[in-house]
Design a protein around this ligand. Sequence first.
Ligand SMILES: [Fe+2]
Length: 201
Amino acid sequence: MTEQSPPDFVLVSIITINTCMIIMELTEAKEESLTLEKLPYKTGDLAPVLSKDNVEYHYNVLSKGYVDRYNKGEGDPKFNYGGAKLHNLWWSQLKAPAGSNSPKGSILELINDKFGDYKNFQEELVKTATGIMGSGWVYLSRKGELKTTPNQSYKTDILMPIDMWEHSFSDYTKEGKNAKKKYLLNSMKIINWEVINNRLQ
Ligand SMILES: [Fe+2]
């Protein structure tokens, strides 16, 4: 049996798919340079949910590192791009804890629509986040889905990301196996729902 060359349409399809993949790769890390967004609060303001030490190391060293390395072209550009984008979203959606802090407006409507109520949303959030193997993020998508993304992989549908890398919940290590749950539920006390509502517009 003689080996046959693939028909032209197969070759064209392969070339098209490869071209699309290259374009996707390029568009994922398109900005020439990134900026570390300024914190809209002081580093100690998120305590006791996140300690001053935690915020200072996470923001000044880790988050700044992703931005700097991306801008200098050091390391994996996709990883550093994602790290910079995700952390900018994370820091800018937080505020000092004050009284009860439940979602209002469009975000509450989205949560009620997709999860029934805010309490159930938090339970689902914990379930999804604790299922992450290794380092990653849990996030609420723009369509109101709870999803995870590994490492520092940025996704365009992210509305509200929560850092699930070990460094993010270092204040909770004494909680043992409940560390992630405590950190997640406490994080809800410092979410600035107004910022989330603005992202939804
Ligand atoms: Fe982080």
